[in-house]
Design a protein around this ligand. Structure first.
Ligand code: GA4
Length: 333
């Protein structure tokens, strides 16, 4: 049975976690003096966190809590609908409503999800199957949320560019500001694990895009793999509904020639409560060419990846399993 195969081996997941997280916290309020000294310092902190962990928490992020709460409410409204109603928004091909099955190659997880393209016209079309009673209000809330988290993603990318010493500090964010950007919004609902057994809600993987802006309710589940403790360890990332986590994706790893790390992560289910997470996956247009930037290549750090388009990478990712290390396909060494 599928669900049984998702149960984690050993004495339970908690026993496998020997470390608690000390993920860096970035305070964006203190970086508001445009290109001032303080901003330079915060930019360096963001680069350091992205190199070492591939994930960090952002506080004082400027995204309105009312906007976040409206999005969460719409998500919960949808997941509370009867099964047959929710299935009208599926199957995910690749966007739409999905249950347990992830992607097209047999990956399974203990969750339900809504995957949406952030393009307003694609969203408006899909909203008719998601919220029959009021599709316009659903689209309005999603658009409002996406605009705010995209701005946050762009601010982070500008600061990364600054911290990395790129000539044009908007070199990275322009990919998300492009009207043809291929960004997604995903809502994941992980029901309480029955039988008090912890299961894999979403298996180990890295995110393919530039970066992910993640927000969850106050229920734990997210874990990252880190080798910062001499050997690979799963580390739990504590939930914080008032903050966002930024997760570095494969494209950013390739563009920075491997300097920033697309962190491998997973989600386990919680025996006490259900978890709702909302992820914005910032992606470039399909035709954008991804290659290590000249500033990231030197005799000491020779070019690690060949050039590819986001469209090419996407095609490869959909043909592979969730946990596959897809950037390896483009490695030069
Ligand atoms: C992982 C990150 C995002 O959730 C996602 C996922 C996508 C999907 O669920 O359709 C993929 C997965 C993710 C990477 C490999 C392929 C595609 C499922 C899968 C097995 C939306 C994304 O962009 O890539």
């Amino acid at each position: 049975m599928v669900v049984a195969s998702l149960e984690l081996e050993g004495r339970g997941v908690d026993d496998q976690i020997s470390k608690s997280s000390s993920i860096p916290v970035i305070d964006l309020l203190s970086s508001s003096w445009k290109l001032g000294r303080r901003e330079q310092l915060v930019s360096k902190e963001i680069v350091k966190a992205s190199e070492k962990y591939g994930i960090f928490k952002v506080v004082n992020h400027g995204v309105g809590m009312d906007v976040v709460e409206r999005m969460e409410e719409k998500g919960m409204e949808f997941f509370s609908l009867p099964e047959n109603e929710k299935h009208k928004a599926g199957p995910p091909n690749p966007v739409g409503y999905g249950v347990r099955s992830i992607g097209f190659n047999g990956d399974m997880g203990d969750l339900e999800y809504l995957l949406l393209h952030t393009n307003p016209s694609s969203l408006a079309h899909k909203a008719r199957t998601i919220c029959k009673s009021n599709p316009n209000s659903f689209s309005y809330v999603v658009n409002e949320y996406v605009e705010e988290v995209r701005d946050l993603a762009c601010q982070i990318l500008d600061m990364l560019a600054l911290g990395l010493g790129l000539e044009n500090y908007q070199e990275l964010s322009r990919l998300l500001r492009d009207s043809e950007n291929d960004s997604l919004l995903r809502l994941n609902y992980y029901p309480t694990s029955y039988n008090a057994r912890v299961r894999v809600g979403f298996g180990e993987h890295s995110d393919p895009q530039l970066l992910t802006v993640l927000r969850s309710n106050n229920v734990s589940g997210l874990q990252i793999v880190t080798d910062s403790f001499n050997g690979e360890t799963w580390v739990s990332i504590p939930p914080d509904p008032t903050a966002f986590y930024i997760i570095i994706g494969d494209v950013l790893q390739a563009i920075t020639n491997g300097r920033l790390k697309s962190v491998r992560h997973r989600v386990i289910t919680n025996p006490q409560s259900s978890r709702l997470s909302m992820m914005y996956f910032g992606a470039p247009p399909l035709h954008a060419v991804i290659r290590p930037l000249p500033e990231m290549v030197s005799p000491e750090c020779p070019r690690k990846y060949r050039a590819f388009t986001w469209g090419e990478f996407k095609k490869a990712m959909y043909s592979l399993r969730l946990g596959y290390n897809r950037l390896d396909l483009y490695r030069l060494d």
